[in-house]
Design a protein around this ligand. Sequence first.
Ligand code: ATP
Length: 239
Amino acid sequence: PGAMDTLITDGLTAGYGAADVLQGLRIRVGQGELVALLGANGAGKSTFLRTLAGLVQPTAGRIIMNDASIHGLPPHRIVEHGLALVPEGRQVFPDLTVAQNIELGAYRRKDRPGPEELETILRRFPRLRDRLHSPAGLLSGGEQQMMAIARGLMAKPKLLLLDEPSLGLAPAMTEELYAILAELRDDGMTILLVDQMATLALAVADRGYVLEQGRVVAEGSADELRADKALIDAYLGGD
Ligand code: ATP
């Protein structure tokens, strides 16, 4: 692995029982990159993220984060290596305020976040600033997703994993959200974005991978993948 690689998996195999869902994945996320992981329902995208986070046990292969093996470590140790997973569904605590929900993201940290950290994050999420002291349950779906990402950022991750943040959002809201992801990347954050909506994800990503039945069937720059009409039609529902 090179110094500029935040994450490398090689030959990564994992699953839930007898059958492996992931069939030997070789995936790389360079430092400061926004990488899209695409593929239809059931292709194994969530399983890949959950394996990285230590929630699913790998059965073979390597997982290297910043030159250290995180393969087989328990989830809390992986968090200490700087990996933050924002899972599918938003895991909102509806009765807590937006600020309280965001601050929960820091609970694993050894240091306490200063007020300027929330401020820095809110600069990217102006919609949340206006609603900081409202119950999170009153937010729209898109705002709740923004809040979940802001919570992930409070962990000060080196790699942010986002599992289908566009789920259930209108296209305009997804575009707004993904523009923010591009800004976070421009700020230096490293992001792995799982999505079924290839077009919107590839509009902001640097590179992408397409999964099908637990295998990488295509990879390349976002521009290359976007231009491959046959690929989009075959694996990505032509959206
Ligand atoms: P989705 O967008 O639906 O989450 P995905 O690409 O993320 O799709 P996964 O959720 O990783 O796909 O699912 C890959 C395969 O693993 C599917 O065949 C699914 O049925 C199976 N699977 C997922 N979670 C479990 C589980 N907890 N136990 C057993 N099998 C599972």
